[in-house]
Design a protein around this ligand. Structure first.
Ligand code: HEM
Ligand SMILES: [Ca+2]
Length: 405
């Protein structure tokens, strides 16, 4: 009887092992039919799938899974050794002629990674089966797609079908940070591209320029970013531009008062009124009800409106009126916030809690602390929720998914 009991236990254990291996293989092969189900966050840790979180799983199987699902340094060493050099050189060359490209690419990276991870979903055009994130209102003023397309076609001539658009975007943005005077940070590669876009999520999840602090922190926290990391990432707003639409309610009609935002430096408000004349976005669809029709009114929290960044809208440097001159990347932005000179309402929100204000002050006074933190946060952002291994594809044109077989 004892032997029979042991035999049953062995049989049961074998069945459990066989079933687990079967489930493992099934999930890898078919990804539950859902490309977004299995993604990794940075260093190859597979997340969002309870299957991978179970430590009791059999080591040999899970180690193999781990390897094929993780990013690596110099992933293209064998398959496309010149990839990183081509990307870096292209960004430097293009930026020499057109400096505005660097900030555009950094923003593009943020808008990609923040929505379902760094999977180049933001680059897809609309087609029969896909909507496009480009049509979500926070993305209407994104730029830099042409630069990514140009570099991708160069990569395709050198090593066809090898370098993913997701890797291209994070590497291009890293070079853009350097070109803009920011820090270098190492990046692992091996991201794959998504086979779909997430327009609705982009519409709902990217914070708008009227977002309040609690909303901003919650959006970043839900993606694993601490307050310190969130504040450091905002340092990217020390470069690039913003359209008047995104802050003009602060000049003319803050919260329906018909007056400027009391939290906006009065000197800067006066100057900006000449650059962003009254009522550019008077007919903004996000106007609060009951307002005098000619007052710009974009207080509503989602706030991008439908005509965001339209071409007849004025454009202002995010570092406008930067008395410190060409100071360190990052530092100047945080100093501006301390002087109530942040252009976007959402920027100035960082001064709205003890903890975030503490980091603003720390970064304003310690450039090397900021550079270290920004580098770490950009690494984290660039590896957020990536697709690896068989879970994604390598598009040959960044704006189109691969044709189905
Ligand atoms: C609450 C979070 C954020 C909001 C509401 C926000 C909003 C905006 C807005 C409204 C603009 C102006 C776009 C235009 O007029 O064309 C802008 C520009 C920019 N943003 Fe953000 N942003 C946020 C976070 C970030 C983060 C985390 C990064 C990067 C790590 C970033 C990088 C940039 C850059 C580089 C620009 C300049 C783009 C250019 O010159 O083309 N932003 N942002
Ligand atoms: Ca994405």
């Amino acid at each position: 009887m004892k032997y029979l009991g042991d035999y049953k236990i062995v049989l049961l254990t074998c069945s459990v092992i066989a079933l687990s291996i079967y489930i493992a293989i099934y999930r890898i092969e078919f990804g539950n039919g859902n490309f977004t189900a299995n993604r990794t966050d940075g260093g190859g840790k597979v997340s969002e799938n309870p299957f991978f979180d179970d430590d009791f799983m059999f080591m040999s199987v899970s180690e193999d899974i781990d390897r094929s699902f993780s990013l690596h340094y110099d992933y293209y060493r064998e398959s496309c050794p010149s990839a990183e050099k081509i990307i870096a050189k292209s960004i430097r060359d293009i930026s020499d002629v057109k400096p505005s490209v660097a900030p555009s690419l950094i923003r593009l990276l943020f808008h990609d990674c923040f929505i379902e991870g760094c999977d180049a979903s933001v680059l897809l055009d609309v087609d029969e089966s896909n909507t496009s994130e480009k049509e979500a209102s926070p993305n209407l003023s994104l730029k830099g797609f042409d630069v990514i397309d140009a570099i991708k076609s160069e990569l395709e001539t050198v090593c066809p079908g090898v370098v993913s658009c997701a890797d291209l975007l994070v590497l291009a943005a890293r070079e853009a940070v350097l070109v803009a005077g920011g820090p270098f940070y190492p990046l692992e590669t091996g991201r794959k591209d998504s086979a779909m876009a997430f327009k609705k999520i982009a519409q709902d999840e990217l914070p708008g320029p009227q977002a309040i602090l609690s909303e901003i922190l919650a959006r970043f926290a839900s993606r694993g970013f601490s307050r310190r990391e969130t504040v450091s990432l905002f340092g990217a707003h020390s470069i690039g531009i913003t359209h008047c639409t995104f802050f003009e309610n602060r000049l003319y009609n803050f919260s329906g008062t018909g007056k400027p935002d009391p939290d906006f430096n009065p000197g800067v408000v006066q100057e900006l009124k000449t650059k962003c004349p009254f009522s550019v976005s008077a007919s903004s669809p996000s106007a609060s009800p009951g307002l005098v029709p000619s007052l710009p009114a974009s207080d509503s929290r989602n706030s991008y409106g439908m005509s965001s960044g339209s071409s007849n809208d004025g454009v202002i440097d995010l570092s406008y009126n930067n008395e410190g001159g060409d100071e360190n990347f990052g530092t100047r932005y945080f100093k501006r916030l301390m002087e109530k000179k942040g252009l976007l309402f959402s920027d100035q929100q960082l001064m709205g809690s003890e903890e975030t204000e503490l980091w603003v002050r720390a970064y304003a006074s310690d450039p090397s602390l900021f550079r270290r933190d920004f580098a770490m946060s950009m690494m984290k952002l660039s590896s957020y929720h990536v697709l690896t291994g068989p879970l994604g594809q390598v598009r040959t044109t960044c704006s189109k998914v691969l044709p189905r077989n």
